[in-house]
Design a protein around this ligand. Structure first.
Ligand code: C5P
Length: 235
């Protein structure tokens, strides 16, 4: 697969064209941002971990019946993926209260939730990705009822698969964000699943092993990413 001109550069990835109009190459960077780009930094080795971890998890999800954009891992940082139109919604699931949920509802971080939640944020950097509900997303044309029903079904399946996957590595899945894309009329899982997009706590000690270490200046950010990678045992 040949890497042609760059199409796009985001906060954590670059995307390149290929000779196939249906396939693009994603190149994961070590750049880290938080708070809608206000905080910037580098997490050395993050691009490799996020690329390899996402690909590993996406292949498991495919086997479990969740279609994804994954095509082929090309190198430590580069992956060929199906070219999708991203649905402009961040889809967030929470198993335990943390982050913006704890703040908004006044519930202490670490409080287990009776059932998993599902939230949508409208992807718009200028607006700071505001929280919206399904009716609002449909009303503004960001998605359709059929698409949201499919996204909801896939998202709860992803939660079940990921909770089990991380538990086997001694990690509790607190919450996560995923994104979907449209590919030839179907909705498929896109973007990434990594310590950038999940809250991952050690099951015993509750030590944070995710991007909150960067957001909150807790130190040992690289070590936490490496620890997750080591525990899930990707060869
Ligand atoms: O900040 P908040 O508590 O809403 O984040 C919920 C989950 O979504 C966290 O796992 C966080 O890492 C992820 N997230 C993300 N990208 C964003 C916002 C949240 O990956 N832009």
């Amino acid at each position: 697969m040949q890497k042609l001109e760059q199409m796009y550069e985001g906060k954590a990835k670059k995307v390149f064209k290929t000779e196939d109009p249906d396939i693009v190459i994603v190149d994961y960077k070590d750049d880290a941002t938080a708070f809608n780009g206000e905080k910037k930094g580098t997490i050395v080795g993050k691009g490799v971990i996020n690329n390899r971890m996402t690909n590993y998890i996406f292949q498991i999800l495919e086997k479990e019946g969740v279609p994804t954009h994954f095509v082929e891992e090309l190198s430590d940082r580069e992956t060929a993926v199906k070219k999708v139109d991203i649905v402009p919604l961040e889809v967030i699931v929470r198993n335990v209260a943390a982050g913006s949920f704890s703040k908004r509802l006044g519930i202490e971080e670490g409080t287990s939730l009776i059932a998993p939640t599902l939230e949508f944020s409208y992807k718009d950097d200028d607006l700071g990705d505001p929280l919206i509900n399904d009716y609002m997303a449909i009303a503004i044309g960001a998605s359709t009822r059929e698409e949201i029903n499919k996204i909801t079904e896939y998202t709860f399946k992803v939660n079940e698969v990921l909770k089990k996957f991380f538990k086997e590595a001694g990690i509790e899945l607190i919450d996560f964000k995923i994104e979907f894309g449209r590919y030839h009329g179907e909705v498929i899982l896109a973007d990434e699943i990594s310590p950038d997009t999940c809250r991952l706590w050690d099951i015993e000690t509750h030590e944070k092993l995710d991007k909150d270490r960067f957001r909150r200046d807790m130190g040992n950010v690289e070590g936490a990413y490496q620890e997750v990678f080591r525990r899930i045992g990707i060869k």
